[in-house]
Design a protein around this ligand. Structure first.
Ligand code: HEM
Length: 164
């Protein structure tokens, strides 16, 4: 089944139609989606600013990461669940939407960035955990994260303006 056919099937499905045609369902889910941004990107921001030595410099990096990460994962789950429901309702439209395509691409890279960081630079955290300044690799990961998540939010907002 081609991806476009799958999107058309989702769009035509009873479940997709109910969300799309309901007066309250789509706006309610989108409100949850917007609140989820605060939980996900808000907590990611805290870690990025610690990595850049801008915030919580007194706190060990691993302490900030371990306390914030559970909230970040909660935010991510909220975003994926609410996002999938929003997508399901208008899948055929989003498939052709350039802003939505940019958002998905940026989301994939934004997800890859912490995976690379945790499996490389962060392995040596014990050497710089208590220090105010962090190694260049950590700073690059922080700047990339801030840039990519800002891009996801801008593309997410732009989706409404690039639809047919
Ligand atoms: C994980 C992080 C995510 C972030 C930060 C994010 C961000 C956003 C933002 C800022 C909006 C615009 C909200 C508005 O204008 O009211 C939005 C809308 C949307 N998002 Fe996400 N999103 C995320 C994940 C996802 C995922 C995983 C999907 C789908 C699988 C998705 C699907 C959508 C859809 C369909 C819309 C509605 C677009 C519209 O018609 O206005 N999002 N998102």
């Amino acid at each position: 089944m081609h991806l476009m056919q799958l999107c058309q099937w989702l769009y035509d499905s009873h479940f997709g139609t109910v969300i799309r045609e309901s007066q309250f369902a789509f706006p309610l889910i989108e409100s949850v989606h917007v609140l989820g941004i605060a939980l996900l990107v808000g907590t990611v921001l805290l870690v990025d600013l610690r990595l850049l030595g801008v915030l919580m410099e007194e706190e060990p990096v691993s302490e900030v990461v371990s306390r914030v990460l559970p909230l970040t994962w909660c935010g991510f789950v909220v975003q994926v669940l609410s996002g999938v429901l929003l997508f399901w309702a208008k899948a055929a439209q989003y498939y052709e939407n350039p802003a939505f395509r940019w958002k998905v691409a940026l989301l994939l890279v934004a997800g890859l960035n912490p995976l690379v960081f945790h499996s490389t630079v962060y392995r040596g955290v014990s050497a710089w955990n208590e220090k105010h300044t962090t190694p260049i690799g950590a700073k690059i990961a922080g700047i990339l994260s801030l840039t990519l998540w800002s891009g996801v939010i801008i593309a997410g907002r732009a989706t409404a303006y690039f639809g047919k």
